[in-house]
Design a protein around this ligand. Structure first.
Ligand SMILES: C[S@@+](CC[C@H](N)C(=O)[O-])C[C@H]1O[C@@H](n2cnc3c(N)ncnc32)[C@H](O)[C@@H]1O
Ligand code: SF4
Length: 448
């Protein structure tokens, strides 16, 4: 039996992209992105991600790109910039690209006034062709969520809401600076369902300060009383070197590696016993949910928003820090709003950095994505699809050999499968396929 503590003490990426964001560089900028957008094949479907980088208060665990504001004025100014960016991108791609997925994330997009959310939606619909059956999803902070916003979301055609809960224990909530009584979450769910938004996800986190396995299970049980279609149970990524406010979290109160592993396992056991299917490494869905169906059909995808049924090859990111994924590579917008504003003011697309992909990158990316989604991958099929020799994966297979002996993975010829009881080790398995990974990088969080 491998030593769990030793194994999971490694720091590895979450693989929402490959190469991962730390490997994006400033050699990819406005001009390259323009060329990539113009080259979009006629009729190609696209997905849109709209980032709103503002919150009312700062949760100390937060790893997202956001700023706390006390007055609304910066939000109005930001929306003007967002509109300008949308206009510019839309004119470059031209008409005829159906938008199959639209995601509002942050920060807290529900911090917009209902009127501003409506205007943003109208502008999006003027500039892009939102498909009639598009999934329109939004991340919701239930604190301060009101009925007029629920109605504005419904009017804008929102079909899915992800509700941030994290943990219900008041002691944990105090330690992460996020006081959210259960009644607040329940009321948010009631308002959303009342407005006709039926597809609901709940976000929880394990590995938070003072969290215990029993406490986490109580939180999961509370979440289940709200009958969500999906739950995400993320492992807390504690990276105070990169997110200074995380230093406010008492490190001595953080569960250790073995406790984190036990928490993730206990939550998974409970959710499976309650009829949910485990999706990828950290999501759960009802068996009839599209995510579970996609997983069963082998069509589940992973992008910056996590697991998705989105099949579009092109994801366009709008807003400060937003990341886009195109056939040619990835781009990321400037993260700070003043820099984002300056670039737009100078007539540029506000790109800070990115990375172009080779076919070898695409093959490695596909292997990692299949592992993250299916916990298994057929390396021969992937090598063939991307015109690569299977030798591309030799070093990964060598690195996986001790894991095979330890029963963590099965290797049958060129097929690699993570043992179901080692689901938590999937990111570690993926890291053996990562040609960019620098050993011991502190920028990443713990592997579990
Ligand atoms: C942009 S936030 C959600 C929307 C909304 N602002 C809220 O907090 O309710 C997306 C989710 O990312 C997760 N998250 C944020 N920081 C994290 C971290 N450091 N480690 C793990 N998960 C994190 C949380 O579960 C959070 O609900
Ligand atoms: S977790 Fe959500 S509400 Fe809290 S600071 Fe991050 S984005 Fe804002």
């Amino acid at each position: 039996m491998p030593d769990i503590a030793e194994m999971f003490a490694a720091r590895v990426p979450r693989y929402t992209s490959y190469p991962t964001a730390p490997h994006f560089h400033s050699g990819i900028g406005d001009e390259t992105y323009r060329a990539w957008l113009v080259a979009l094949p006629p009729g190609a479907p696209i997905s849109l991600y709209v980032h709103v980088p503002f919150c009312d208060t700062l949760c100390w665990f937060c790893g997202c790109n956001t700023t706390v504001i006390n007055v609304y004025k910066p939000v109005s100014g930001y929306l003007e910039l967002l509109h300008a960016e949308m206009d510019r991108v839309a004119s470059l791609i031209g008409p005829g690209h159906p938008v199959t997925h639209l995601h509002f994330g942050g920060g807290s997009p529900t911090l917009l006034t209902p009127g501003d959310f409506w205007r943003l939606n109208v502008r999006l619909r003027c500039q892009f062709e939102i498909a009639e059956d598009a999934e329109i999803a939004i991340e919701i902070d239930p604190r301060g969520f009101r009925s007029d916003m629920a109605q504005a979301l419904a009017n804008a055609g929102v079909t899915r809401a992800s509700i941030g809960v994290q943990d219900c224990d008041p002691r944990v909530q105090r330690a992460i600076n996020r006081i959210q009584p259960e009644a607040v979450t329940a009321e948010c769910v009631r308002l959303l369902r009342g407005a006709g938004i039926r597809a609901l996800n709940i976000d929880l986190i394990y590995g938070l300060p003072h969290q215990t396995t029993d406490g986490l299970l109580r939180t999961v049980e509370t979440a289940l009383t709200l009958d969500p279609d999906r739950l995400a149970i993320f492992g807390y990524a504690h990276v105070p070197h990169f997110k200074k406010h995380m230093a406010l979290i008492p490190e001595e109160a953080l569960p250790g590696v073995a406790d984190r592993f036990a928490q993730a396992e206990a939550a998974e056991t409970l959710l499976k016993a309650c009829g949910y299917r485990a999706i990828g490494i950290d999501h759960f869905a009802k068996p009839e949910d599209e995510l579970a169906l996609a997983q069963a059909q082998g069509t589940l995808r992973r992008n910056f928003q996590g697991y998705t049924t989105d099949a579009a090859e092109t994801l366009i990111g709008l807003g400060a820090s937003a990341i886009g994924a195109l056939h040619q590579g990835y781009v990321q917008n400037i993260s700070d709003v003043p820099g984002y504003r300056k670039a737009l003011g100078e007539g540029r697309l506000p790109i800070a950095r990115g990375v172009a992909l080779s076919d070898a990158d695409r093959a490695r990316r596909a292997a990692i994505e299949r592992l993250m989604c299916d916990l298994g991958v057929d390396l021969a099929a992937i090598a063939e699809r991307f015109g690569q020799s299977t030798a591309l994966f030799d070093s990964a297979l060598t690195a996986l050999e001790p894991w095979r002996r330890g029963g963590i993975v099965r290797v049958d010829g060129m097929r690699v499968t993570v043992a179901p009881e080692w689901r938590a080790a999937t990111r570690l398995v993926c890291s053996t396929f990562d040609a960019y990974l620098d050993e011991g990088a502190r920028r990443h969080a713990l592997a579990v």
